[in-house]
Design a binder for this molecule. Structure first.
Ligand SMILES: [Zn+2]
Length: 330
């Protein structure tokens, strides 16, 4: 759960958003994607580091304990599923670090094990050691990736930085989401290997990690806003548009898949609509350009579109919009 310190009403001063990048995060996400996608054509030193990361993955335990005490095993869930759960924790720790020196501090504040069976101090030391070697090679070899990050950072510094707080505030107000984090940070990496952005919560606050490779210009703005709307959703679990939407879906007894897909489709529509309104009237939804809609989201996007447009225009209230979307027959 999020600390009360991070929250205050949407009507106070706007949310403070910082965008940053780091060679450590870039290198880690690069090696992670290489292992995940089994990339083989890497420059020599980076190939060695990717192999070491893969070796680490092979040594992941065959079982993991979830927060509620349930133990999942590779025998039952499959190796990949267990691996993904371990990676999810590791990603959060690594992307929460600002420098390699931070890695040594993680075991001091984190639980002794990750998932009950993997020692936090050992695995963080292993990742830190391989990154210490890989970061200089990455900076030397991967010029195109570094250029993407520099470009997005410039786009942010020169314009988005000033506009994004008002957009997030506009989204929160229109959606009836009263709690808005006082501040959060966005860490850009070139690519997250096909995974969606991730949100990390730590004592220091909220940090979003996004892969910027596929999205430039207004698409990059939509991506940032999309992930920010996910943050707004997660800090308002019991009121506002997303709460009402999940209630409506529940009441309509729609398939459980819809419980996840519809709010996500609505997030796409809300973000792209606000980008058209504030930045670029000709903007095309990123779900359209990167193919996400086509991979099973189109019907949900169609259901969400008009009620969301009416909601953002102030024609209907969040509860009415949520009802119009969620209560439709599947
Ligand atoms: Zn999303």
């Amino acid at each position: 759960m999020i600390s009360a310190l991070l929250l205050f009403g949407a009507q106070a001063v706007g949310v403070k958003v910082e965008l940053r990048n780091s060679p450590v995060a870039d290198t880690y996400s690069f090696l992670r994607s290489a292992v995940q996608q089994k990339t083989t054509l890497l420059p020599g030193p980076l190939a060695t580091s990717a192999e070491r990361l893969e070796e680490l993955q092979r040594r992941f335990p065959d079982q993991i304990r979830l927060r509620d005490g349930t133990i999942l095993t590779t025998a039952k869930e499959g190796r990949e599923q267990i691996q993904n759960l371990y990676w999810r924790s590791l990603d959060a720790y690594v992307f929460g670090c600002d420098s390699l020196d931070d890695f040594a501090r993680i075991p001091l504040r984190a639980p002794e094990t990750i998932g009950g069976f993997m020692r936090t101090s050992e695995v963080m030391a292993a990742i830190s050691a391989l990154l210490r070697e890989a970061v200089p090679s990455y900076s030397r070899e991967m010029h195109a990736e570094a250029a993407i990050v520099r470009e997005r950072q410039a786009q942010w510094d020169l314009g988005l930085k000033a506009k994004m707080p008002a957009l997030i505030d506009r989204a929160a107000k229109a959606l009836g989401l009263e709690r808005v984090p006082a501040s959060f940070e966005i860490l850009i990496v070139p690519s997250l290997g096909g995974r969606e952005g991730l949100t990390i919560r730590s004592g220091a606050g909220i940090r979003l990690v996004i892969g910027a490779e596929k999205h430039a210009g207004s698409s990059f703005a939509e991506l940032v806003l999309h992930e920010s709307v996910h943050v707004l959703d997660s800090v308002n679990p019991d009121s506002g548009f997303f709460f009402e939407l999940r209630e409506a879906i529940d009441e309509a007894e729609r398939p459980s898949e819809d419980f996840y897909q519809l709010p996500h489709a609505a997030t796409y529509v809300i973000s792209s609509q606000l980008i058209r309104e504030a930045l670029n009237p000709k903007h095309v939804d990123i779900g359209e350009t990167d193919g996400v809609y086509k991979r099973g989201l189109t019907k949900y996007v169609e259901e969400s579109r008009q009620p969301v447009i009416d909601l953002l225009a102030g024609k209907i209230r969040p509860q009415a919009a949520a009802g119009a979307i969620g209560k439709k027959k599947a």
